[in-house]
Design a protein around this ligand. Structure first.
Ligand code: GYE
Length: 334
């Protein structure tokens, strides 16, 4: 009798262990699937956040490209604009033994040690959108994104041409600048391009620059501050559309007409910005294309095939104003 009890207890223990050892709840599947368990290529993407229309379109581009039907499993992490969250995400990706890591770094600095860990783990890392400032560029395989310096330069060139067209090119022009997240490649490049070009035109004065962190509500706050401080602002250059949307609210609340009393130029050219151009509240938007999903997938395809990839890939971008916005709106993807 006792023997029988011991036997059934042992069977119970063994079955408990079996269940415990092999049970993998569905909810954790994404973190447990490894390339040996399926044929899917596992890609971890450490995204910046959801701070702007541009970012939402970028996330959508990755989610619709890196699907199971296309042969991928995507592990998507929204870092909520906190660099420490991205570092944590990268370390988790290493533990999960993903096949590739895609990183859109929030800021350029602070990457040397974690990217070294990624390299030591033998995981190819692709940078998308923004850059890292590291001593050893073998820490990443490839980068794809916009030419931020050029976008900044184009915004001021557009202004110069527009002022000529409306006969104001001999006037002193007071400009305020709204920067993106300080220390991000998009901010660093755009600030450089904008200020280099402003310096080329003796009648352009930069009254002040301030960051609005690429966020609409902060754009509104920063503009309110500018309007309290200066009563002679001619132009706002906002380093993204969403901050310009916030600024429009502030300008209207101050009893001024956006696009007329204050010329507004922004960067990104998302669909809502094209609508604002048609409505006359934004004068121009310099495109920054967010659809990097297929571009990164193409880099991975080449790496899988053992083909060489370019270290830096710049995306072509356009300029939108009243001359082309209406005609392009119906087919605008984002
Ligand atoms: O312009 C802005 C987003 O890094 C290019 O980030 C990107 C920028 C984009 O928040 O809207």
């Amino acid at each position: 009798m006792i023997k029988k009890q011991i036997l059934s207890y042992t069977v119970f223990l063994v079955s408990l262990c079996l269940a415990g050892c092999f049970y993998r709840p569905n909810a954790q599947r994404s973190s447990l699937v490894t390339p040996t368990e399926s044929n899917l290529i596992v890609v971890g993407y450490a995204q910046v956040g959801a701070e702007s229309d541009w970012r939402v379109a970028n996330t959508q581009s990755f989610k619709s490209t890196f699907t199971e039907e296309n042969g991928f499993e995507l592990i998507f992490i929204d870092a909520q604009q906190k660099p420490e969250n991205q570092i944590k995400a990268l370390r988790n990706f290493i533990q999960q033994e993903v096949d590739y890591i895609v990183l859109a770094p929030i800021v350029e600095s602070g990457w040397d040690s974690v990217l070294k860990e990624v390299k030591e783990a033998g995981i190819p890392l692709i940078l998308s959108d923004r850059m890292v400032n590291v001593e050893d560029d073998s820490l990443y395989v490839s980068w794809v994104g916009g030419n931020f310096v050029k976008e900044g330069e184009d915004s001021v060139e557009w202004l110069h041409n527009y002022l000529k067209e409306i006969g104001r090119d001999k006037e002193i022009i007071n400009i305020v600048e709204m920067q993106g997240t300080l220390g991000s490649t998009a901010e660093i490049g755009r600030t450089e391009g904008i200020e280099k070009k402003i310096a080329e035109y003796p009648n352009f004065r930069l009254l002040e620059k301030q960051t609005g962190d690429f966020v609409q509500s902060m754009g509104q706050e920063v503009m309110e501050g500018f309007l309290k401080k200066y009563d002679d602002i001619d132009v706002l250059i906002a380093q993204n559309d969403n901050m310009a949307f916030g600024a429009i609210d502030a300008i209207e609340a101050a009893g001024l007409v956006p696009g007329k009393d204050i010329i507004i130029i922004s960067i990104d050219a998302v669909k809502a910005a094209l609508e604002e151009i048609v409505a006359g509240r934004i004068n121009a938007s310099i495109e920054c294309n967010p659809l990097h999903g297929p571009r990164v997938a193409e880099i991975i395809r080449k790496l899988e095939a053992g083909e060489p990839v370019e270290k830096k890939i710049y995306v072509n971008e356009e300029i939108f104003d009243i001359k082309n916005a209406a005609e392009r709106l119906p087919t605008r993807e984002y």
